[in-house]
Design a protein around this ligand. Structure first.
Ligand code: SF4
Ligand code: SF4
Length: 394
């Protein structure tokens, strides 16, 4: 029988990953929270040292420790800057469960967490609530913070795709599955329907399985096991070789369940055939592209939305300034860390103003909602929506 000392630590993988950090500090300038607070404990290097101490049992999971971990956006800009390719995100993921179990959460936080997780796992219920909410007009009379949440919801975006099969038009080139997400099927319906339009026009039949569920990102964020959601998605997409997703944060999370099969929609469309047969109407507009952290630092495919938009004749495409820095939405971060999130959003809005853009294009629904809640003048849209409009999508 093994003695307690001989039992492997649940953190052994994360500890050896953290041991690969040589404390060079090259990641510090890339870290948005370090840039704001200039505190070592809010830097990637500082957090890795703290997490290693906790995982080795040398430091307690104290309230101060939790504060520094909570302030992290999980944007993974540090990974991109690290010459040693330390997987900061993997270390942080293993730290979530001990942090959540040590957290002295109040009743309301626990209640909000449990309702959010349950709705994410049952997106059909979320959809019903969303429909009732829109029809009630209650958003007009909400107080303070809730009013801001309402402002983030797109208006008149139409329903999520209802049919399970959307047949290809013209010459058939293949079949794909479309991932709806939980929040996206309510708030990013334009991008979902636009994707079907473009894919069908290129000759791809789109399957939208009803039994699919949330990607599990929210569960992972709260240190909860998301394996049952992964299993449901694997079952739902059985027999579908390639799956496309319109939200880069969900795509990043789905890589766990479908390592070789999931594609961000912009990447898929860039690799798709049949463009020579498609007519794209010109658009005289300036489009500033915002790179979501998940697209840039996890999927490492930030060039794809630019290439997609460059197909539109006459459109002027440029990166939004400050693209290396998170906009502050970061999943539920904008709700739990509003001060830091708003400060990062202020920086982003300054860049939007300087860009003089007519449209801000972003491939992540969370960024679109957070920035859209503050934008006036420019509209924030998914790149596939802008392209689809020029291809006759209504
Ligand atoms: S994930 Fe982002 S906020 Fe967190 S340490 Fe890395 S760069 Fe900083
Ligand atoms: S750049 Fe990499 S090795 Fe250097 S301090 Fe940051 S995480 Fe550690």
């Amino acid at each position: 029988m093994k003695t307690a000392e001989a039992m492997p630590s649940p953190f052994s993988k994360a500890i050896s990953e953290s041991d690969r950090c040589v404390s060079c500090g090259l990641c510090l300038p890339a870290c948005p929270t370090y840039r704001k607070t200039l505190s070592e404990a809010d830097s990637p290097r500082g957090r890795i040292n703290l997490m290693r101490g906790v995982m080795k049992g040398e430091l307690p999971v104290s309230a101060r420790f939790i504060e520094h971990i909570d302030l992290c956006l999980d944007c993974r800009a540090c990974e991109k800057a690290c010459p040693n390719q330390v997987s900061y995100g993997d270390i942080l993921r293993d730290m979530r469960r001990p942090v959540e179990s040590a957290r002295n959460s109040g009743f309301w936080r626990r209640a909000v967490e449990s309702v959010s997780l349950s709705l994410a796992a049952h997106p059909d219920r979320l959809e019903k609530i969303g429909r009732i909410y829109s029809a009630s007009g209650i958003g007009k009379v909400l107080p303070g913070k809730l009013k801001r949440l309402d402002a983030m919801l797109p208006k008149n975006a139409g329903p999520a795709p209802e049919k399970t099969v959307h047949p290809a038009q013209g010459r058939v080139r293949g079949e794909v599955g479309l991932f709806l997400g939980c929040v996206a099927r309510l708030s990013d319906t334009l991008a979902l329907n636009a994707s079907i339009h473009v894919l069908n026009r290129l000759g791809y039949t789109v399957h939208v399985p009803k039994s699919q569920t949330c990607c599990g990102a929210l569960h992972a964020r709260f240190g909860e096991d998301a394996s049952s959601l992964s299993e449901r998605n694997v079952d739902a997409f059985q027999g579908v070789e390639r799956i496309v997703c319109t939200s880069s944060a969900c795509t990043s999370e789905l890589l766990g369940a479908f390592p070789e099969r999931v594609y961000d929609i912009s990447r898929f469309l860039n690799e798709a055939k049949g463009w020579e047969e498609i007519e794209i109407a010109p658009l005289k507009a300036r489009i500033a592209v915002h790179d979501p952290c998940s697209m840039r630092n996890v999927l490492k495919g930030q060039e794809y939305p630019y290439r997609l938009l460059e197909r539109i004749p006459g459109a002027e495409i440029a990166p939004l300034g400050g693209n290396g820095q998170c906009c502050g939405s970061a999943g539920s971060y904008f709700l739990t860390q509003p001060k830091m999130a708003n400060s990062l959003l202020d920086d982003k809005m300054e860049m939007v103003g300087e860009s003089g853009a007519d449209f801000i294009a972003t491939s992540n629904v969370g960024c679109a909602m957070f920035m859209g809640g503050r934008l006036s003048g420019a509209a924030v849209l998914h790149p596939v929506v802008i392209l689809a409009f020029q291809m006759g999508f209504e």
